[in-house]
Design a protein around this ligand. Structure first.
Ligand code: HEC
Length: 453
């Protein structure tokens, strides 16, 4: 992605801090969002399959309600998915400029996959709805007396096609999402794995223990998050979206609780494994601290789910979601601190580059060292009292300069700090000029004197 690198300009240290902040914020939006998407989509597909195999219309309709959680607000896909992805790409290109990390390539591919999965998941949801409608027509719920045989056949035909469309769309959609998640895991790992910044082949960068642990953590967090969002969506106290049928509601409740506890229970292992394989350059005291904090957050989550399972209550649906946000925040924070630690050297390089760039830019804009012009200073300051060969307020230069021949320093000293010399004149007042200007004007006078000798 060389074209992206060519967009990069060196940034001031202040801007770099801002970009890091933007990067952290973007991850903080993207990771939970993609996790929930993956969790909810697989949940909905699973329920759908179950409904079809058990021929249970209630479960099928619940599966539809579940997918609607994520397809209802289309703008979210843009604000929480595409924009953060773009800004993550932009930030890394700036922060890791000059290094062959391959991150921009991964991000561009992830972006395309994410757009594909968006289209497919929406196709799944629409096809799902339409098929439901066709099912009703086919099952004779509507009066089809006036409809000719051809149209009836068409309806049956489309019903089947919609069935295969939505199952294909959902499968490919989930696969796209999983690959996107893998690429994001790669990006996170490459960001703090200095050994993959230069030299390492693309393939080498794409497989490492760190990436695999990142990926498994992401996927398992996704399943847990999907279930927790379902619990929040249908079962929080003031929810508008209740599952009407008690039996279906019960099934969904149990599934969600069991799935979330299972996938939460693998988190502690992954948190520890991730820290264990962290490259040396990315290790810091803060990473350990955040790891410990996150372990307690996970235990709190497990505890809440466990209480809900035990009490057969759903009291904690809202708190669960709330604590889950902390889990994601600490995870993202840990990754970003690892990145910041690993990138310290790179920060110095960037700062040097910026300084060089700033000097270059100043020169281009004519803001470099200001060259003092002696003649200009003379006309501005001295010409009020002096002329070269005529006495004005002060003596003519041609009369006083001979004694300064070869004594530039004395001349400069006099100009800067005049003393009483000739009784015919009053003392020369001290002029408001600096050393550079005095030197320039002295050189100018001497040059003039020599040229007229
Ligand atoms: C307000 C009037 C005034 C201005 C402005 C002024 N001078 Fe003078 N300058 C004088 C006077 C009066 C003397 C004579 C002083 C004396 O002999 O003691 C003098 C003397 C000098 C002498 C001779 C010193 C010597 O050793 O005999 C030099 C050289 C000189 N000025 C240079 C400058 C330069 C260069 C500037 C501009 C940066 C300047 N002057 C600005 C009034 C002025």
């Amino acid at each position: 992605m060389d074209f992206l690198d060519s967009l990069v300009i060196p940034q001031s240290p202040d801007n770099l801090i801002l970009i890091k902040f933007l990067l952290g914020l973007s991850w903080l939006l993207l990771i939970p969002f993609v996790s929930v998407l993956l969790g909810i989509t697989t949940y909905s597909i699973y329920m759908n399959r179950k409904g079809i195999s058990e021929d249970d219309q209630l479960i099928i309709s619940v599966s539809n309600s579940i997918i609607e959680i994520i397809t209802k607000h289309k703008i979210a896909w843009f604000v929480l998915g595409i924009i953060p992805l773009l800004s993550i790409g932009f930030s890394y290109v700036q922060l890791l400029q000059g290094l062959a990390t391959g991150i921009s390539l991964y991000i561009v591919v992830a972006l395309f996959l994410f757009i594909d999965c968006t289209i497919l998941i929406f196709a799944y949801q629409y096809a799902f709805k339409l098929k439901g409608l066709f099912d009703k027509v086919d099952s004779g719920m509507f009066n089809t007396d006036g409809v000719d045989e051809d149209s009836k056949r068409d309806i049956g035909d489309y019903r089947k096609r919609l069935g295969s469309l939505y199952s294909t769309a959902s499968k490919i959609g989930v696969i796209c999402l999983i690959i996107t998640v893998y690429l994001l895991a790669v990006v996170i790992d490459v960001s703090y794995n200095t050994s993959s910044w230069n030299g390492a082949s693309l393939l080498n960068k794409m497989f490492s223990l760190g990436i695999i642990f990142n990926f498994i953590q992401f996927i398992s967090a996704a399943f847990a998050a999907g279930s927790i969002v379902v619990l929040y969506y249908f079962y929080r106290n003031n929810s508008n979206y209740k599952i009407e049928n008690a039996e279906a509601a019960n099934t969904v409740r149990n599934y969600s609780l069991v799935i979330s506890i299972v996938f939460l229970l693998v988190q502690p292992i992954l948190i520890v494994l991730k820290i264990m394989v962290l490259p040396h350059a990315a290790l810091s005291y803060h990473v350990f601290l955040l790891g410990v904090i996150n372990l307690s957050v996970v235990f709190l989550l497990v505890h809440l789910v466990y209480r809900m399972l035990q009490d057969r209550s759903l009291n904690y649906s809202s708190s669960l979601l709330f604590v889950l946000i902390f889990f994601f925040t600490f995870t993202v924070l840990g990754d970003q601190i690892s990145f910041a630690t690993a990138a310290k050297k790179q920060d110095n390089v960037l700062q040097k580059e910026y300084e060089a760039y700033a000097v270059e830019l100043d020169k281009k804009l004519g803001l470099g060292e200001i060259v003092v012009n002696g003649e200009e200073v003379y006309t501005r300051v001295c010409s009020a009292c002096h002329q070269f060969d005529k006495v004005v307020v002060g003596p003519a230069h041609k009369d006083v300069l001979p004694k300064y021949e070869g004594k530039m320093d004395d001349l400069v000293a006099y100009i800067l700090d005049p003393v009483k010399v000739d009784p015919k004149f009053t003392v020369m007042p001290k002029q408001a000029i600096n050393k550079e200007e005095a030197e320039a004007v002295a050189a100018h006078l001497m040059e003039l004197y020599n040229s007229k000798k």
